[in-house]
Design a protein around this ligand. Structure first.
Ligand SMILES: Cc1cc2nc3c(=O)[nH]c(=O)nc-3n(C[C@H](O)[C@H](O)[C@H](O)COP(=O)(O)OP(=O)(O)OC[C@H]3O[C@@H](n4cnc5c(N)ncnc54)[C@H](O)[C@@H]3O)c2cc1C
Length: 741
C-alpha cells in the first residue's frame, strides 16, 4: 500500500494519549525511529481522566517505571474498584471490584456455587467472598505478595502527562510547541506529509499519530473519517469537572453516584479530589448540572467547573493512510468504568505489535482497525449494561435507558445470565466474568437457575467451601492497614501548592475602598449593598461584550435571558470578597463552592413561563445542612432596567411549596388559570406574596443576600429595546454554597 519505510513518527497532541504513545514508542522502538511530539500550551488538554483499571500495570511494566516514583510524581492513590450508588435504584449500592470473587470450577464460575449456597441458606453476601471488595469498603489497602490484591490507581492527569513527558524526553523524544494550523497531504494518496505550526515550523514525518483529542485534526478533519455515534445507547453527552480540597482520608475506590439525569464521579487523590458529573443535556441544562455538582461536592472548590461536550462513539476506522488515531481523537466512551486510558494503552501496544517499519500494508491496517473496533464495542456494551438494567423509574432519563433497545450481543448476554447465571466471554475481552456478574447482580438481575454441578456438593461440603473463602477474605482484610496509612508509609507524595487563584492576584478587580451598607427588609433580614464595587466596571462590560457570541440561553433554564460563565479570575475575586466580607454577616458556615455568570434579561414579559412570572429562592439542589447566598452586580447605567425586589410568602410553608411545585410543573396557561397570575415579571406583591424590600439598580452596585429569601428582578419591561440592545441589563450573578453553621 505504501512501501515507504517509517523512520520519522510525528505525534500530534500532548495529552495523556500523546505522552503515553510517545513514552511507549520511544521505549520499544526509539532506536529505530525518530519521534517528535507537537503540542499547544494555548489549546491545552482535556484535563480529566484520573481513574484507571489494573491493566495500566502492563503499560508501566513496558516502560519499566518505578511504582513508588510514579505514585509520588502523580499524587496517586490506590483503587480497588468502583462503588455504584443509586444505579439499581435510589438508595441501593453495589461495588464492582477488581478482585476475583470466590473460586469457580471449570464448568461454572463462583456465582453458581454462591447461588446454590444462597438457595440452601448457606451463603452470605456475594461481596463477602472478595478481598478487594471488602478491603475497598473498609478503606484498607496494602501491596500483597504474589499479586495477592488486584488494584489500579487514581492519579492527577496533568501530573501524569508531565511525568511521561520527562520520561519520553530522557529517551530522546523531541517536543515541539505550537498550534497546528495546516496539514500537508501528498497528491493522489492523500497521505499526510507534514503539519505546519503557527510559529512557521513545518514538521514532516512518515507516520502521524493523531492524539489531538476530540478535535481529531488529522484523522477526522483532514482525512475525513466519519464518526459513528452511539448516543442512542449512551444518552450522556456532557460532563463538568471540578477539583476540590480533600476533606478526609482518600478511599481506595472511585465513587459513581447516579442522579436523575446522569451520574457523578468522585476520585480521591493525595493532594485533592477530582469530581464531576456526566449528564444528558436533553434532561438537564449545563447550569442545573453545575449547581447539582457544586451541591454534591465536599471541600472547597479549587477551580470553577468546566463543561466538556462529547458524542459517545468511534471513528469508522482509526488507522487510515499514514495516520493512526489514539485517544479521544479515535472515539470516546464515557468514564463510567475508567476505560479510556486503557484504550489508549491498547492502541499503543497494538501499534507496536503491528508497527509498519518497512512500509504500511493494508493487512496490518485492517487488523488494527478490526481489533480496535472489537475492543471498544465490548466495553461499550458493558457500559450500556449499567444504564439499561435498572429498577429506576424516577425520571425520563432512566425510563428511557430502561426501555431502549440494546446491541444484540448485550441483549443475549443479559438474557443468558438471567436464565442460567452464565457469562460466556470471547477471547481477549477486557472485563472478566466476575465483572459482568458483579454488575449484572448489582443492577438487579438474580439468575433463575444455575449450573447443576453445584448440586454435587452436600450441605456440609458447600458450607465448608463457602465458609473457608469468606474466612480467608476476612482474615487477610483484617491484616491490611488503612489506605491512608499505607500511602503515608510507602509512597507519600510531596505537598503541592493548590492551584487556587491567589487573592492578591485577583484583588485589584474589586475596589478595596468600597463601603458596605445594608438595607433591612421587613422581615428583619438584611441585604448588603456596595457601591463602586469593581475597580474597573467598564472592563467587565467590555469583557462580556467581547464574548457576546458565547452567551447562551440554555433551553429550560428559568433565567429569562442569555448567560456566560465568569472567567476564573473574576469568580475567584468575587468568592474571596464573599468569604472575607459577607459569609459571616449572612451567617453562612464553611464554604462549599461558588458559581458565577454574566447574565442579561432579554425575554419578552409576555412570553414568560410560570416559574418566570413569580419570585424565587436560590436554594434548589441543596443537601441537608447546606445553604446558599447570592450576589448581583449591576453593570448597566440605565437604572430603569431594574434592581432587585424581595418578597415574603403569605401562604403556609406547605402551600408555598405546592405553589412553587405548580410553577415548576404546570404550563404557563394552567398556572395562570389556577393562581390568577398574569404574564409579566413580578415586581409587586399579590395574593400570595408581599414585598418586603427593594434595592434599586445603580451602575457598579453589588448586593449580597441570603438565597433563601424570595426575590425577583425588578423588571418593569417598559422599553423592550433597552433590554435587548447592546449590553442591556447586564449583571454578574453569583451563588455561594456553604454549610449551615
Ligand atoms: C469528563 C471526562 C472524564 C474522563 N475520565 C476518565 C477516567 O476517569 N479514566 C480514563 O481512563 N479516562 C477518562 N477520560 C478520558 C481521558 O480524559 C482521555 O482518554 C485522556 O485524557 C486522553 O486525552 P487525549 O490525550 O486524547 O486528548 P487531550 O487531552 O484533549 O489532548 C489533546 C492534545 O492535542 C493538542 N492539540 C489539539 N489541537 C491542536 C492543534 N491545533 N495544534 C497543536 N496541538 C493541538 C492539545 O493541546 C493537547 O495537547 C475522561 C474523559 C472525559 C471527557
Amino acid at each position: 500500500m505504501n512501501s515507504k519505510p517509517i523512520r520519522r513518527v510525528v505525534i500530534a497532541g500532548g495529552g495523556t494519549a500523546g505522552w503515553m504513545v510517545a513514552a511507549g514508542l520511544a521505549k520499544c522502538l526509539g532506536q529505530q525511529v525518530d519521534i517528535r511530539l507537537v503540542e499547544s500550551e494555548e489549546i491545552g488538554t482535556v484535563g480529566v481522566g484520573e481513574a484507571t483499571i489494573p491493566t495500566l500495570h502492563f503499560m508501566h511494566e513496558i516502560l519499566d517505571l518505578d511504582e513508588k516514583e510514579f505514585i509520588q510524581a502523580t499524587q496517586a492513590t490506590f483503587k480497588l474498584g468502583i462503588s455504584f450508588e443509586n444505579w439499581r435504584n435510589v438508595g441501593e449500592h453495589y461495588f464492582h471490584s477488581f478482585g476475583k470473587t470466590g473460586k469457580g470450577h471449570w464448568t461454572a464460575g463462583f456465582q453458581h456455587f454462591w447461588l446454590e449456597g444462597r438457595r440452601r441458606g448457606l451463603a452470605s453476601d456475594y461481596g463477602d467472598y472478595c478481598l478487594e471488595l471488602r478491603a475497598g469498603l473498609d478503606n484498607r489497602f496494602a501491596l500483597l505478595p504474589d499479586n495477592g490484591i488486584n488494584y489500579a490507581y487514581h492519579f492527577d492527569a496533568t501530573l501524569y502527562g508531565q511525568y511521561l513527558r520527562r520520561f519520553s524526553a530522557a529517551l530522546g523524544v523531541q517536543r515541539l510547541e505550537g498550534k497546528i494550523v495546516k496539514v500537508h497531504q501528498a497528491e493522489g494518496s492523500g497521505d499526510i506529509t507534514g503539519i505546519a505550526l503557527d510559529n512557521g515550523a513545518l514538521v514532516e514525518g512518515d507516520l502521524f499519530i493523531d492524539c489531538t483529542g476530540m478535535r481529531s485534526l488529522l484523522l477526522g478533519e483532514t482525512l475525513g473519517v466519519p464518526y459513528e455515534s452511539w448516543s442512542h445507547w449512551l444518552p450522556c453527552d456532557s460532563a463538568l469537572a471540578v477539583q476540590t480540597e480533600s476533606v478526609g482520608e482518600p478511599v481506595p475506590y472511585t465513587r459513581s453516584i447516579a442522579h436523575p439525569w446522569g451520574w457523578q464521579w468522585r476520585i480521591p487523590l493525595q493532594h485533592r479530589v477530582g469530581n464531576g458529573v456526566v449528564f444528558s443535556s436533553k434532561h438537564i441544562s449545563d447550569d442545573e448540572a453545575k449547581a447539582a455538582l457544586l451541591a454534591h461536592v465536599q471541600g472547597e472548590v479549587l477551580r470553577q467547573p468546566r463543561v466538556i461536550k462529547f458524542t459517545p462513539g468511534q471513528r469508522e476506522v482509526v488507522w487510515k493512510n499514514n495516520v493512526v488515531a489514539i485517544g479521544l481523537s479515535s472515539g470516546f466512551l464515557e468514564p463510567l468504568e475508567s476505560t479510556s486510558i486503557h484504550l489508549i494503552q491498547r492502541g499503543l501496544t497494538r501499534l507496536v505489535e503491528l508497527f509498519p517499519t518497512d512500509g504500511i500494508r493494508q493487512s496490518d491496517v485492517d487488523e488494527y482497525n478490526a481489533q480496535a473496533r472489537e475492543q471498544i464495542e465490548v466495553i461499550r456494551d458493558f457500559i450500556i449494561l449499567h444504564y439499561h438494567v435498572t429498577d429506576r423509574d424516577d425520571s425520563a432519563f432512566w425510563r428511557g435507558c430502561r426501555d431502549m433497545d440494546v446491541p444484540p450481543l448485550l441483549k443475549h448476554r443479559i438474557q443468558h445470565f438471567r436464565d442460567t447465571a452464565r457469562v460466556m466471554l470471547h477471547q481477549g475481552e477486557l472485563f472478566a466474568e466476575n465483572s459482568w456478574v458483579q454488575v449484572m447482580m448489582g443492577q438487579g438481575i438474580l439468575p433463575r437457575s444455575h449450573h447443576p454441578i453445584t448440586r454435587n456438593m452436600d450441605d456440609r461440603s458447600l458450607a465448608d467451601f463457602l465458609g473457608e473463602i469468606r474466612r480467608d477474605v476476612a482474615r487477610t482484610m483484617m491484616k491490611l492497614p488503612r489506605h491512608q496509612q499505607f500511602i503515608d508509609q510507602f509512597c507519600p507524595a510531596p505537598r503541592l501548592e493548590q492551584p487556587k487563584a491567589p487573592a492578591a492576584a485577583v484583588a485589584p478587580l474589586l475596589n478595596p475602598q468600597a463601603r458596605v451598607d445594608s438595607v433591612e427588609l421587613a422581615d428583619g433580614s438584611r441585604v448588603y449593598v456596595i457601591d463602586d464595587f469593581a475597580q474597573d466596571p467598564d472592563a467587565l462590560v467590555a469583557l462580556a461584550q467581547s464574548a457576546a457570541g458565547r452567551f447562551k440561553a440554555p433551553p429550560g433554564h428559568p433565567y429569562p435571558g442569555p448567560q456566560l460563565d465568569l472567567p476564573d479570575a473574576v469568580s475567584a475575586a468575587l468568592d474571596a470578597c464573599f468569604q472575607q466580607q459577607f459569609r459571616a454577616r449572612l451567617q453562612a458556615g464553611a464554604p462549599l463552592g461558588m458559581y458565577g455568570r454574566f447574565s442579561r434579561v432579554t425575554q419578552d414579559a409576555g412570553t414568560l413561563d410560570a416559574r418566570q412570572r413569580i419570585c424565587h429562592r436560590d436554594d434548589s439542589a441543596l443537601g441537608a445542612g447546606e445553604m446558599v447566598c447570592a450576589s448581583v452586580h449591576y453593570l448597566f447605567r440605565d437604572e430603569q432596567l431594574g434592581g432587585t425586589v424581595f418578597f415574603r410568602s403569605l401562604m403556609s410553608e406547605a402551600d408555598t411549596r405546592q405553589f412553587m411545585r405548580d410553577a415548576n410543573t404546570l404550563d404557563a396557561g394552567a398556572f395562570g388559570d389556577k393562581y390568577g397570575i398574569p404574564p409579566g415579571y413580578m415586581t409587586e406583591g399579590n395574593r400570595y406574596f408581599e414585598v418586603i424590600g427593594r434595592v434599586p439598580a445603580r451602575w457598579n452596585r453589588a448586593i449580597f443576600y441570603d438565597g433563601a429569601i424570595f426575590h425577583s428582578g425588578d423588571i418593569r419591561w417598559a422599553s423592550p429595546a433597552a433590554y435587548r440592545d447592546g449590553p442591556g441589563r447586564l449583571t454578574i450573578n453569583a451563588f455561594f454554597k456553604s454549610r449551615r453553621p
